[in-house]
Design a protein. Structure first.
Length: 683
């Protein structure tokens, strides 16, 4: 949340911290070099199965009957759909979901068919009218222009069908706030600003609560500092930093999705503390979320320096980092410059993203450090620019003092509207609300209306970005930001065969927020249906509080266990490791047999050339004949290998080594014979 307590002297001390940060970061950078480079239808019948997948539902699950859905007035579900743009002469054919459809798909009877909608899937570039989606259980089984049969038909004619929105900058999924999230199109609520120090207890608690949305959380450093008695303006001692790292590592192994800092609210947090935890995040391949240290342009300590500080941590440790609500912290008064700094860092190969919310006023608690002495000058506002959430009351000097003592939440009309627009235009800025409606309604309207407002105001009214790009920011980008160590998110944020049936259906002509500062509880309008796990949680704009399909979202880590066999190549033996469904060999083995390996740290890609020589990058010092130490993390860092003839494979990282799937050798034109425990390779 944009909020939590000193004056000019403190800001001078903070400026000194920033200087220390830069010094420490330079020293730490070398140690992390390899990472930084590196509606109802007819009664339905019993389908046999979908696309070759076993159908294990009971007769009770299916119901009985078997008629096709009635056709909408303008034709059968999906017929006479708007034509897709043809490929340009000589260009690549546009993605067509019908290319993935089998005869079995068209013969099946689905639990739910979403018919004749404008389906948007940013990952494949799909934005097409007249498509149908067949859902079996909690999974999207088919997307097609062909008519489908279903036990229930939802007529989406004239509506947009998009992946359910993922709020990756929310808080605990309390029993009140989750329902306005659903009404805003959110199907996954992730507490990456805040979170918990004990994810096992936290996740178990909310699993018992059975919210309608999926939920997960970060390891919240500020809460951990409080538990250790570290003051808001105090730096952690080396012993305390060690304890914080220990707590964070335990939390990651118990399901935390990353690590989150609130530097502005705990100004005593110094570079030593951040580096220790960012290094841990890099080790575990999870992101670090930052509420940055400064949120104004006034020296000492400016918002641009805050952005530079966060970039410095990414450069020094190799960790993926994310800047929370850059519209209110980091880029408020100089958004173009802040975004340019991030873009330059990304061009170096650093993994940095940010998010914004769809409002030009922020909100936080009056007793936070953000409202320490000098806030009027820093934010260029006065008492009358503050309003108590849930009321129409603007503040005076007297009421400010009273409510600050009470810790009330206030909104501040302090964000230049053009800063929000610039943030939306950036390709690496996604959407996060930084709020969830709390009991007592003491919150910002973004808690209930952020996602509908992003579309209604910034796409339909202001035309800042195309709709498909906004859906990317609302759904797909948040999933991709967190999915490396969170397999559950790899099936969210997309509408495609095999993906989770978390879906929002809305009217583009009417979607908008209704929540206000005075009434932050008002649900958004224009959202017609929301499905979570294939279950309808919102229908015709009304939530069904009896339907609660939300699941816990946890990080998952795979570690090296026993050898998975041997690869035999020209008399040399290389140990194989098992990862998920395949077997992998150290990529450096290729360099022993006439292949060159050239590393590009920006794209994180190895180019493999036959007849080449040498190897650089993270594989440079590896001995491919040695089996990695058991218990070592096996991570998907986004490294890729590309070889001649279009061969391509995703690599895994084990310690300082890089492994390729054995199938990649096939793609290089080698003869690979799988003889069980031994895989033989010949040219």
């Amino acid at each position: 949340m944009t909020g939590q307590q000193g004056g000019t002297g403190r800001r001078v001390r903070l400026f000194a911290i920033a200087v220390l940060v830069l010094t420490v970061l330079v020293a730490a950078a070398a140690a992390a070099w390899w990472l930084t480079r590196s509606g109802d239808g007819g009664e339905a019948g019993e389908p046999d199965h979908i696309a070759g997948q076993p159908d294990d539902r009971t007769e009770e699950d299916h119901g009985a009957g078997g008629e096709a859905a009635e056709e909408p007035d303008d034709g059968a579900a999906g017929e006479d759909a708007a034509s897709e743009e043809p490929a340009e002469s000589g260009g690549e054919k546009p993605y067509d979901p019908d290319d993935e459809v089998t005869p079995e798909d068209l013969d099946a009877v689905y639990d739910i068919v979403i018919a004749n909608g404008r389906v948007i899937n940013p990952e494949t570039g799909l934005d097409r009218e007249g498509l149908n989606i067949g859902i079996i259980g909690k999974t999207i089984a088919v997307v097609t222009s062909h008519p489908l049969k279903g036990e229930r038909i939802i007529d989406a004619t004239g509506l947009v069908v998009a992946p359910g929105f993922i709020d990756n900058l929310s808080y605990d999924p309390n029993a009140l706030g989750v329902w306005t999230k659903i009404a805003d199109g959110v199907t996954t609520n992730i507490a990456m600003h805040g979170g918990t120090t004990n994810p096992k207890v936290w996740l178990d608690h909310y699993e018992r609560e059975k919210p309608p949305v999926h939920f997960g959380a970060s390891f919240f450093v500020m809460q951990a500092r409080n538990s250790l008695g570290i003051g808001r303006y105090s730096a952690a001692t080396p012993a305390q930093i060690g304890k914080l790292r220990q707590m964070a590592e335990k939390a990651l192994n118990e399901g935390a999705l990353g690590i989150s800092f609130s530097l502005e609210y705990a100004p005593g947090t110094d570079a030593n503390e951040v580096l220790a935890l960012a290094e841990l995040a890099a080790e575990y391949n999870v992101p670090v979320y930052f509420h940055a240290r400064y949120s104004d342009p006034e020296e000492p300590g400016t918002e641009i320096e805050a952005v530079e500080e966060v970039i410095g941590y990414a450069r020094a440790t190799g960790a993926a980092v994310h800047i929370d609500h850059i519209n209110s912290t980091g880029g408020t008064f100089d958004m173009k410059r802040a975004l340019a700094l991030i873009e330059q860092a990304r061009a170096e190969g650093l993994d940095i993203t940010a998010c914004t919310y769809a409002y030009d006023f922020w909100g936080t608690y009056l007793n936070s450090a953000r409202f320490d002495k000098g806030w009027q000058e820093r934010f260029r506002i006065d008492y009358g620019d503050l309003q108590i959430a849930g009321t129409s009351e603007r503040l005076t000097a007297e009421t400010f003092a009273k409510y600050r003592a009470e810790g009330k939440l206030a909104v501040a009309y302090a964000i230049p509207p053009e800063s929000v627009v610039e943030a939306f235009k950036s390709p690496f800025v996604m959407i996060g609300s930084d709020a969830i409606l709390e009991p007592g309604h003491n919150n910002h309207p973004r808690a209930s209306g952020n996602f509908a407002r992003a579309i209604g105001k910034y796409v339909r009214e202001l035309e800042v970005v195309p709709l498909i790009d906004m859906i990317d920011k609302l759904s797909t980008m948040p999933a991709k930001r967190l999915e490396k160590q969170v397999p559950a998110l790899r099936k969210k944020g997309r509408i495609a065969k095999g993906m989770d049936a978390d879906i929002v259906i809305f009217d583009f002509d009417t979607i908008i927020d209704r929540a206000t500062v005075e009434r932050p509880d008002l649900p958004s309008e224009g959202i017609e249906y929301v499905l979570v796990e294939g279950q309808v949680v919102l229908e015709n704009g009304t939530v069904n509080k009896k339907v609660r399909p939300g699941r816990a979202i946890r990080s998952e880590f795979v570690r090296v266990s026993e050898p998975a066999g041997t690869l035999l190549w020209d008399g040399a033996e290389y140990p194989l490791v098992a990862f998920r469904e395949g077997r992998y060999v150290d990529l450096a083995a290729l360099a022993k047999h006439g292949f060159g390996l050239k590393w590009d740290g920006v794209s994180r890609t190895y180019t493999v050339t036959a007849g080449g020589a040498g190897v650089d990058g993270p594989a440079a010092d590896a001995d491919p004949r040695e089996f990695p130490e058991q218990g070592t993390l096996m991570l998907e860092r986004g490294f890729v290998a590309k070889g001649p003839g279009g061969a391509e494979a995703e690599l895994i990282s084990i310690g300082r080594r890089v492994f390729a799937p054995v199938s990649f050798l096939d793609g290089l034109g080698l003869r690979v014979s799988d003889e069980g425990d031994v895989i033989a390779v010949e040219r």
